[in-house]
Design a protein around this ligand. Sequence first.
Ligand code: PHE
Length: 348
Amino acid sequence: MLDHEQVVIRTGRRSRLPVIVAVHSTVLGPAAGGLRLWHYPDWRDGLDDALRLSAAMTSKFAVAGLPSGGGKAVVALPEGMVLDADRRREVLHDVADVIVALGGTYATGPDVGTGPDDMASIGDITPHVFCRPAHLGGSGDSSPHTAQGTLAALRAVSRRLYGTSSLAGRTLSVVGLGRVGAALARLLAAEGAALTVTDVDPGKRKVCDEVGAVWLSPDKILAAEVDIVVPAALGSVLDEPTVRGLRCRAVAGPANNQLATPDVADLLHQRGVIWVPDYVASAGGVIHAISAELHRLPAAEARARVDAIEDTVTDLLRTAESRGQTPAQAADELARRRLRAAPGPTGP
Ligand code: PHE
């Protein structure tokens, strides 16, 4: 059964590339979610990604307590395709056409492979776009806020494990040093945490040196003996073999779709590893963008909403423990309850 309200798949008029927009739910409000501009072996893999990521956005907003629905856009680039500036603008304008056709049901934002300048290009055609650069009236890059929100989630984990929200002296592995991972590594280093890091791009060793971290290869880092593993790259890193190899006490990070399959959450629980659902730990970016741009909150308040992820995670871990559930079950239940309490889909 299709779980989504609407999925648009269109060959871009200008780029001839497959543009996919999945609107999972507008029950809580108009849908929002980033645009992923990424390489896939087949465009259908991009469709799978859009379906899963948009559903996660619905849960992300529900647990964050925001009146928005879940959506996601994917442009599936063939492997090896490099876009020059003109071609890139064409792709972004093709995405914008689909957003226009959705009539306000979906607004986009940055995600893997896109940033504020791309949002500016989309803004040439439609106002339904978050995170344009500040000089164009947007709230700018969301990644520092996603990193800040993940830090808040990590504080809650630390409080649960060690009775203090301070991360000073804790050991953490940051898996992926993209815009969010690098920002988070810097925040953690500033807190006095001892870091192990990796990235598929060896060029990221610069960030490693800058934060005084130890570099481990991507295939070794999940099994490193640390307090907390922080997935900060592409999804599906947690599957049966990697979870069996974990030597940490918790996993919490900003990557979307960390579990290869939902039952991996149970395996983590059985192994005594606390897993904070990705859609809870990664919500800082959207919380900030939507608070600032849609709800027009002053900067300090938007920031406080991001920091409130600490309380959300603290409550979730407490609820899960008292009910004998996994944090994933507790978060899913909370999301479902909030969706059930809402009146119904938002019209265009
Ligand atoms: N990439 C963000 C996420 O997955 C999406 C986003 C950020 C959407 C900011 C809107 C504004 O949560």
